[in-house]
Design a protein. Structure first.
Length: 242
């Protein structure tokens, strides 16, 4: 597994960062991480778009899904089968949003290894591809104020706050439960999960970001801001098309 991780994530990301440092020697590590994050998010944009589109389509299908759950409430197997049939009929992938999350996990770990355990600010030339040249020097700070190889409480807090607003907007499309609706264990569970995602997950992000390094925290902040803007654009586009 470590070989796959190194080949698919660690080495390409390491080379990408080193390439940016060599291409833009007047920028410090903070600016490079921000640029690098935008490049990664642009590469992942097709998957992100599919994820957001799938979420929007699933919300449109919610009345039909609710009808299936009520009709087959005593037969969970039939409920699952009918639900998947509905998704296939409308060409909706319910697992699209999970894929984009799974892909970002090894990226975060790769950044951790890059900034704390190997390479930067020292360059390990044995990890570089033949067409990548090592930079003369690497400034590992952000705006000359924050050492990105060390822990940063400021960036960790910003990572948590930006995660809160990004998740809050992502969940804003969920309609509140009407008073006339019958209580549903599934709905209550979904609301409980949404509440945990909105308030608990940002705290977890802040803790992890602080525990790893300022570089990872900055990546998370930039990623959250990019994702929030991306959702705004895609939602507006989908709204115009509907």
């Amino acid at each position: 597994m470590s070989g796959i991780f190194n080949t698919v994530f660690y080495q390409p990301l390491y080379n990408g960062l080193v390439f940016l440092f060599d291409l833009l020697p007047w920028f410090d590590a903070g600016i490079i991480v921000i640029l690098f994050t935008f490049i990664v998010k642009l590469i992942l944009f097709p998957l992100s778009k599919k994820s957001l589109t799938a979420q929007a389509e699933m919300k449109k299908l919610e009345p039909e899904l609710k009808g299936i759950r009520e009709k087959y409430k005593d037969n969970q197997q039939e409920t699952a089968r009918r639900t998947m049939e509905l998704y296939r009929e409308h060409k909706v992938n319910p697992f699209a949003s999970i894929l984009i999350i799974i892909i970002q996990i090894p990226i975060v770990f790769a950044l951790y290894f890059i900034f704390l355990r190997a390479g930067l600010p020292d360059i390990k030339e044995e990890l570089l591809y033949s067409f990548i040249s090592p930079p003369a020097s690497v400034d590992i700070s952000f705006l000359g104020l924050i050492d990105l190889s060390a822990k940063s409480i400021l960036l960790a807090v910003l990572a948590g706050v930006s995660s809160f607003f990004q998740i809050r907007y992502s969940l804003s499309g969920n309609k509140p439960k009407a008073k006339t609706d019958k209580p549903s264990f599934r709905d209550d569970l979904a609301r409980s999960m949404n509440m945990q995602m909105k308030y608990v997950f940002p705290l977890i992000v802040a803790f992890i970001a602080y525990s790893i390094s300022g570089a990872v925290a900055l990546y998370w902040v930039t990623s959250n801001i990019f994702t929030l803007g991306q959702e705004l654009v895609i939602r507006r586009k989908l709204k115009k098309e509907s």
